[in-house]
Write a protein that binds this ligand. Structure first.
Ligand code: PLP
Length: 433
């Protein structure tokens, strides 16, 4: 029996059923864009631990910072004693992502926790409770995160969910265009949005809208620019805050530090995690100071958020990203993958749609070119087939039929080309009639 098989058997014996598993792959070590399993087999990493490794596995500067800090101070609890890495990381984030004239920042352990806190802040700042979120949206697996999350598969028997959450249709042109041009579609969606503010929830009770500009778990669906800009305008006019969830889109993934830079929109509050710490548990809520300060002492915080070791890992990650110009790497990787997928679509009927922003690129597998006939079976077979050939890749989408690329952005060109070639070979093998 291989070591991997033994480890998987031990995992299955001790870890509960509810824990997801894309494919039975183990990992013992990793560097850059290559992982090694417990038997020494190498994989090209197109998953990046679900979008966490934009700067690659174990960047030298990050490892050194972690080692240095862990010899000096591992834990304090920020409300108990103030340490510099927390404050410095907040300062750096405020400089990178200014929200209005003055910006304030708080740190969290994860993306879900950032979302939880963003909602608590929006509610305290507005004195209102209602939150609008979107179909296809994903905001984490805590109870409030799950309540905001759309995919029912992630929520089976987990309710009752948090109240005062209203879900509106995401402007998904591929699935819902109904033969309209993009302009007509956006117009219809915005009118619908204004209608929801009449007939679904009383506007005067809505604190915020929370949105991913490119839906991550939802399948890399990109919101139209004009929709977002007009939505922001409507929200401002009605005193509704805009929270943008940048947990998956941030830190170079779309070829910019934030997805919102593509939209010329600055949110009132934003949430961050994943690639900001190269895998250390760290997230952030960033917002306009006057909003962030309308919170009562003691309503924010926790034992571990902004742990010193995680903070220095994040500071080193951000500096490394600046040094290597992560955004241009994101743009380049994205263009290569997008061009490759567009060409692959001409070779393979099962690809219904190719889409993305920067290096957040995906294709959707459907039957008979019909957006309403998702092919999750093919998607799973493709993931497992790629794994056998040494490519680590994962799915997304409400129906689990989207193949997404979240490789480290520092991936070398030969590694990227090799990974794409495996993906193509396996897809064509599985779909040849
Ligand atoms: C957009 C978005 N928000 C929130 C989360 C939750 O983050 P975490 O898994 O760190 O709690 C995720 C995770 O995939 C995400 O993609």
């Amino acid at each position: 029996m291989k070591k991997s098989e033994k480890l998987i058997a031990r995992r299955n014996a001790i870890v509960p059923e509810g824990m997801g598993m894309f494919s039975p792959i183990t990992i013992a070590s990793a560097k850059g864009a290559i992982t090694k399993d417990v038997d020494g087999k190498e994989y090209i990493d197109f998953a990046g631990g679900i979008g966490v490794l934009n700067a690659g596995h174990c960047p030298r500067a990050v490892v050194d910072a972690i080692v240095r800090q862990s010899k000096q101070l591992i834990h304090a609890c920020f409300p108990v004693a103030i340490y510099e890495p927390y404050v410095e990381l907040c300062e750096v984030l405020a400089r990178l992502f200014p929200h209005g004239q003055k910006t304030k920042v708080m740190l969290t352990n994860s993306g879900a926790e950032a979302v939880e806190n963003a909602i608590k802040i929006a509610r305290q700042a507005t004195g209102k409770q209602g939150i609008l979120c979107f179909t296809g949206g994903f905001h984490g697996r805590t109870l409030l995160g799950m309540s905001l999350t759309s995919k029912t598969g992630y929520k089976i028997s987990c309710g009752p969910f948090a109240p005062e959450i209203y879900r509106i249709p995401y402007p998904d042109y591929y699935k819902r265009h109904d033969g309209l041009s993009m302009d007509q579609f956006v117009d219809r969606e915005l009118k619908a949005f204004e209608n929801y503010l009449h007939n679904m929830v009383d506007t005067s009770n809505v604190a915020a809208v929370i949105m991913e500009l490119v839906q991550g778990e939802g399948g890399f669906v990109v919101a139209p620019k004009v929709y977002v800009q007009d939505l922001h305008r409507i929200c401002k006019a009605k005193g509704i805050l805009l929270i943008l969830d940048e947990v998956q889109t941030g830190f170079g993934r779309t070829g910019k530090w934030s997805a919102y830079e593509h939209y010329n929109v600055v949110p009132d509050i934003s949430t961050w995690a994943k690639s900001m710490g190269s895998g250390m548990p760290i997230g952030a809520v960033i917002g306009r100071a006057e909003i962030m300060d309308k919170t009562t002492k003691g309503t924010l915080g926790g034992t571990y958020p902004g742990n010193p070791v995680a903070c220095v890992a994040s500071l080193a990650t951000i500096q490394y990203m600046i040094d290597i110009d992560i955004n241009s790497k994101g743009e380049k990787v994205g263009k290569t993958v997008m061009d490759f997928f567009k060409k692959l679509q001409t070779e393979c009927n099962a690809i219904g749609d190719v889409r993305g922003l920067g290096a957040m690129v995906a294709f959707e597998l459907v039957k008979d070119k019909d957006p309403n006939q998702p092919d999750a079976e093919l998607c799973n077979a493709l993931i497992r087939g790629c794994a056998k050939k040494g490519l680590l890749i994962i799915s997304a989408g409400i129906s689990g039929n989207v193949i997404r690329v979240l490789s480290p952005l520092i991936i070398s060109r030969p590694q990227l080309q090799k990974g794409l070639a495996i993906l193509r070979e396996e897809l064509l093998r599985l779909t040849k009639s």
